[in-house]
Design a protein around this ligand. Sequence first.
Ligand SMILES: Nc1nc2c(c(=O)[nH]1)N[C@H]1C(S)=C(S)[C@@H](COP(=O)(O)OP(=O)(O)OC[C@H]3O[C@@H](n4cnc5c(N)ncnc54)[C@H](O)[C@@H]3O)O[C@H]1N2
Ligand code: MOO
Length: 414
Amino acid sequence: MAWNCDTDGLLPVSKAKEIILGAINVVKEIEEVSLDDALNRVLAVDVSSPINVPAYDNSAMDGYALRHEDLTNTSQFQLVGKSFAGNAFSHRIEPGECVRIMTGAELPKGADTVIMQENAEVEGDSVSFTVAVDKGEAVRPKGDDIREGASVLQSGKKLSPIDIGLLASLGCDKVEVYRKIKVAVFSTGDELLSVGEAARSDRIFDTNRPMLKAMLTSLGAEVIDLGIIPDDRALIQQTFERADQEADCVITSGGVSVGEADYTKEVLDEYGDIDFWKLAIKPGKPLAFGRLKKSVFFGLPGNPVSSAVTFDQIATPALKCMAGQLPSSGIQLQAEANSVFRKRPGRADYQRATFFTNDEGLLCVQSAGSQSSGVLSCFSNSNCYALIEQERGRVEIGENLTILPFSSLIQSSD
Ligand SMILES: Nc1nc2c(c(=O)[nH]1)N[C@H]1C(S)=C(S)[C@@H](COP(=O)(O)OP(=O)(O)OC[C@H]3O[C@@H](n4cnc5c(N)ncnc54)[C@H](O)[C@@H]3O)O[C@H]1N2
Ligand code: MOO
């Protein structure tokens, strides 16, 4: 499994993903949660519908229900009653009769068509219609949306608000989901301060841990926050042992490159079976991955942009798979470069950028500015990656580029 970067060059991103996906296990434990607690949980069973939706033929409009064939014989219908949602007209309608009907109300027996009230003229009990309609007009037939027994949602689906609505329409008040994956996170580095501590001119705030915790929460994971661990061998070892005991996955940031003042590598060499890779990705070249005694481990690079991009592009697909989610591929679009994108061949570059439609309706993309892996502000102002492939060099204005719109993990879209 080891990939020796020194002799074989940089490890391609696709190869790294393949190795990682081959090394992880999907959680097995299933739990039942109420529909109110099901948002963003991963469905552990296939769901088929216990009922027809809608449960009965009903009207899509406020209007008049009638037999379509009668429209060829008469222009005057006799109004014989009313059908309200939840309070239906109980008799069969006979030839030449119509029933006043409200949106959602059950269609009277015998009726097959509804004409909206805007197209009706009413005089006492006599109704005539001003337009011709097709049979079945404004009728929502029983089972039109979902037939009883039909497959509705597949195991592995992360439940969205729409899925919650769909399950509610079936009357499901509980769903079986995989338990949340537990992910332990900590940062290493003597230069780090926790947010809330007083700023110091010789320290930086721990940016990665709150950012990674937020991304993990968006993913639906249970986060175990182990804080900032100083550069102390015994403390780092203890923290790895605890994290490994408590979590399915352990994520750290920093200390995976070639720096000296760091014990992470030493501890990991003893405690786990970890490979230190040099990935063909920018930002985020140094990355560690492997197994601890019980859990899997991702050592993300310390620079905040590198940490976020490697989490998003490398760790996220693996964590989704671990959580039982079906594989999904994000949207890729082609856009025209509206600015120069500087790049040297050698690594796939996930540059932060903004896409937009120009006055001619053409999809364009503009660099978000600094591509330094310490500059989060440009990341925050962007809405996509401009993905410049491994072997490609500088991209000139007017050339085509692949863009990857950010997922909700990176950016809120509204
Ligand atoms: N001689 C070389 N130097 C470096 C290489 C290399 O190949 N040869 N790789 C560079 C690349 S690429 C990256 S990325 C960084 C990654 O280094 P580490 O993962 O070992 O991270 P650190 O050295 O600990 O920190 C890098 C940088 O990030 C800051 N940092 C660390 N943790 C946090 C945090 N939690 N919140 C905010 N900022 C953090 C740290 O202060 C450093 O500025 O190495 C390059 N060097
Ligand atoms: O990951 Mo480093 O430059 O690619 O920040």
